[in-house]
Write a protein that binds this ligand. Structure first.
Ligand code: IPE
Ligand code: IPE
Ligand code: MG
Length: 238
């Protein structure tokens, strides 16, 4: 049988605020509760044989939330990276960040934690975990377009040669394969500026489970549903 384990699973971890509201707790308690779900899923993805796991942790649009919530999310990310990086390293998980870490709104301390986690795990090969942080797909594609324009203007690139590969090579992580499966929790059915280029032929699963309640069993259910799908890539049934 062909191995139909999705090579790359990308997740939109949504519903933390609603999870907290349902319990009469502040939204930030929902973000804190999401950590357990995240690490449960890391273990589940490793067991399932997933090689790339990308998670949406903060979008370029999430800056519009209250100062308190943004500050919590930034502090939480810093803290989580410090507490969890050794565990990820022990599991053989390589950590990469995708998004605009050079944004002046991102603190130097957090930038340093990101770099440390990436450096610690650089040679880990069991799975690559991508934290999409301060990430927006339109921003990523616009940056690739700008890079291409600058190279062409400098005479380093023939404008007539620009093709899909030229663009893909200038995205945030050029070696990242396209996601096979995208999962969004919390019942919302939209893409929210996530991996627009990379998901051209991904399978999408929307589940009502709120992110803090999401566990390996839910991931395995999604993988099963993915395995039953017929990916045609514009062709016909085989
Ligand atoms: C996802 O949960 C986490 C982030 C976007 C940072 P939300 O905070 O969006 O939770 P809801 O959608 O308001 O329930
Ligand atoms: C997408 O969720 C971003 C993350 C999960 C980090 P949002 O909750 O920000 O998306 P919208 O606003 O519902 O589209
Ligand atoms: Mg949300």
């Amino acid at each position: 049988m062909v191995d139909r384990t999705p090579h790359h699973v990308a997740i939109i971890m949504d519903g933390n605020g609603r999870w907290a509201a349902a319990r009469g707790l502040p939204r930030t308690a929902g973000h804190a509760a999401g950590e357990e779900a995240l690490f449960n899923i890391v273990h589940g993805a490793l067991e399932a044989g997933v090689k790339w796991l990308t998670v949406f942790t903060f979008s370029t649009e999430n800056w519009s939330r209250s100062d308190d919530e943004v500050a919590f999310l930034m502090g939480f990310k810093e803290d989580l990276l410090t507490r969890r990086r050794d565990e990820l390293h022990d599991l053989g998980v390589r950590v990469l960040f995708l998004g605009d870490r050079d944004d002046p709104r991102v603190s130097d301390r957090l930038r340093k934690r990101i770099r440390e986690a990436e450096e610690l795990t650089v040679d880990d090969t069991e799975m690559t975990m991508v934290f999409a942080f301060n990430y927006g797909s339109r921003h990523e594609i616009a940056r690739a377009a700008r890079a291409i324009a600058l190279e062409a203007a400098a005479g380093d690139l023939d404008p007539g040669s620009v093709d899909e590969a030229t663009v893909a090579d200038r995205l945030g992580i050029p070696e990242m394969p396209d996601p096979d499966l995208v999962i969004r929790t919390s019942g919302e059915q939209r893409i929210s500026n996530y991996l627009l280029w990379q998901t051209a032929y991904s399978e999408f699963i929307f589940t009502d489970t709120l992110w803090p309640d999401f566990r390996t069993e839910h991931l395995l259910e999604c993988i099963e549903e993915y395995q039953a799908r017929d990916r045609r890539y514009g062709g016909v049934d085989t």
